[in-house]
Design a protein around this ligand. Sequence first.
Ligand SMILES: [Zn+2]
Ligand SMILES: [Zn+2]
Length: 559
Amino acid sequence: MKITENFRDSQGVKLIPLGGLNEIGKNLTVLEYKNDILIIDCGLSFPDDEMFGIDIVIPDFSYLEKNRGKLRGMVLTHGHEDHIGAIPYLLKSVNVPIYGTKLTLGLVENKLKEHGLKAKLNTIKSGQTFKVGEIKIEAIRTTHSIADSICLAIDTPAGVIFHTGDFKIDYTPLHGKPIDFQRLAKIGEKGVLLMLADSTNAERKGYTPSESTVGTALENIFRNCTNRIIIATFSSNVHRVQRIIDTAVMFNRKVAISGRSMINVVNIAKDIGYLKIPDKTLVDINKAKNIKDSELVIITTGSQGEPMSALARMASNDHKAVQIKKGDVVILSSTPVPGNEKTVSNVVNRLFERGAEVIYSDIADIHVSGHASEEELKLIQSLIKPKYFMPVHGEYRHLRRHAMIAESLGMPKDHIFILANGEILSLKKNKVEKKKETVPCNPVLVDGLGVGDVGNIVLRDRKLLSESGLIIVVAAIDKATGAICSGPDIISRGFVYVRESEDLIESARKVAEERLYKCQKAKMKDWSSMKNAVRSDLQDYIYQQTKRNPVILPIFMEV
Ligand SMILES: [Zn+2]
Ligand SMILES: [Zn+2]
């Protein structure tokens, strides 16, 4: 793909979001031109309450698998799970070189190791321009809640596509430099055809506060505290972890790390020089008991109340090395991601019950978001001045709100595209249009080692089972005559406690028996019709008696 002027006229570029729209999670955008495909991010999302037993959700890769011959590379904006978490699942079926900054690739490498996979990883720096196939990409420094985040300016035959990645505008980040305004202004000046921008906080007015406000709040807590301090935060927020360590050192405290992902990230960040920890500051969590309370800080995972996390285990007195005791100060340096409010609240309640003083973001400024609020979104729009705009990274309400912000700055309505996953934007020189066709885009559910083997029918069964339980009807039947040789017996799980409901179970058994006699009389030979008949009679009877709808499973054995 050579980028020459006459080329810009004739050929179309396709942009296809395979994830990240109408949801916060599983970001994946495909950029396609002739024989080249560039993938931008490859994230996962977490299941909602209706997805029983599902561990994670990943994008539909079928379009990429079908076009595997065209895949030239994948570029990553940053190392959060909703941008890198699905990479191992894609790499199991296709091979594609990956481009990202140092910390991002450190996290990816660790992930690939866990899955026993290898990939060609190319480290890029912000400020650098590199080529993937024939597509020219510039990485631009930005600020977000993880170090090493970048925006992308992608030069295509149709024009420049600018992708903000996840960002906020932090003039005083804790470490590193602020977003590269000068470069953004220059890119805007040269002309941008289409901008994709982070919509997560489009509903929030004003500006997202700087990460440095968290540092001040932490210092205030440390200054007035003589007890043990336990802080839960996102392991990926390396800058905040650094700030916690710096504050600990400032107040002569040692630091112990708890939780698998926290230990992982601390090790990776230390190795690549992104975390600086003075000698003798770190102590093994198992030896933390020997340190005086006033001289110890424990940094842990579990700020989202995840049931298996280190903090949740501490709260339920199930942690090997740390028992919460009266006087402990527990800081949740995070806000619950929508959907996690309840689990976080549970953990907070249990910590209070154990006598800890719990500090969370409702009562102190110990967390700031990593995403831009309304005024920052306006600033980016004004600097980049794209001709067309596509809000990304948000639920529908966030995308819609972001579109309204762009409109308020004078962008014509028909230049704004609120897409759904799987829809296609066609980019020609000076012209962007939505196509009628779509590509397959069904979320793929991962349960244990099974990828995509749990579909709607399985989910529906799991939902029914979880609501009203299961009744199994077992009978042995003479295939030739249809006579009942033994049974029917009724076994139930999760429906009623059998010992206290013997009458109900016995009468249900009779209902099944009667129906089987009727089948025999009618000389019914087809087992699936017999099963349906028994199921339907039992369903009616049980609903009548209990107003419940358990899953009913007849099992007939042939004798
Ligand atoms: Zn994100
Ligand atoms: Zn992010």
